[in-house]
Design a protein around this ligand. Sequence first.
Ligand SMILES: [Zn+2]
Length: 355
Amino acid sequence: MAELALNRDQYLELEKIGLGAFHPLDGFMGQRDFDSVVAEMRLGSGAVFPLPVVLDLSEADAERLRRSGEVALTFEGKVVGRLQPDDFFRPDRGHAARHIFGTDDASHPGVAWFLGLGPVFVGGRVELIRRAAFDISADELTPAETKALFQQRGWRRIVGFQTRNVPHRAHEYLQRVALEQADGLFVQPLVGRKRAGDYTPQAVMRGYRALIGPFLPADRVVLGVLSTVMRYAGPREAVFHAIIRRNYGCTHFIVGRDHAGVGNWYGLYDAHELTRRFDGELGIEILRLHGPYFCPVCDGIVTERTCPHYGTAATRQISGTDMRRILEGGTQPDPRLMRPEIVAALAGTKLFIEE
Ligand SMILES: [Zn+2]
């Protein structure tokens, strides 16, 4: 049987497909699904699916596999899965990027990643034989595990929360809003390939362990990572993140300010608009929340819906980027913006991903 050695990103995608995290996908996309996803945000079947999930190949591997039947997928010498290749294709990447990311400018980290994939994509059904065992894998729950856990706890209304940051007070505010209405909260930090300057998975998990229990009720919050590539596709990725959390058993999903955005590529509430287009079709309800900020007049974390001072010089937006910059500089963040206990929990761990 032909073999194909996967890189880490590809292995994680295989694993997510195999575990059902990308349901209804049961394999890597062929051209029909790919084209339809790029143009319409739907699979060929019509099911909403906003981002491509592809297996990229070098020219040499494509040539070799074209002549074979079933392919053994390997990682570091071990067989981890199988692929039934049924479609080899070369998409127009610039065209696809403009649809997916709204730009083909390679200074956008998602575009750079997408344009850097191998020249040929192969579609076909996959089977996962061996789960990944990276340092982050111990903190990962499968969709079957989270669904069992939610059921065991008697939760019916479960809110999913996507993050790639050490929690600051604005995150906590959104989580408390969710907990007011839901039986439980599933915090699922994305820990796949990110860009230099993003938090390490270890920092994010340490931050959350200092929050859940000491400040949020541990019996109402589940924490588990999601290991997949961060695409930085803004609104489309918000829809993707919602579909994934549906597959983990969540009934609701929080989309806040600039979800999965990067730099100034997307409008702050573009993701609210795009998710609205698919209301009733996603199998999960979107909680569209506004970005909380600190207001010294109200003296607390508020949103533009609850505070009349929005946009005045006194209010302070709490952005993940700003908090990262403060921590990077080695100074203590304002305790009104990030809990000192969380900052203390980060001591001695590598905070940021390097080039
Ligand atoms: Zn105010």
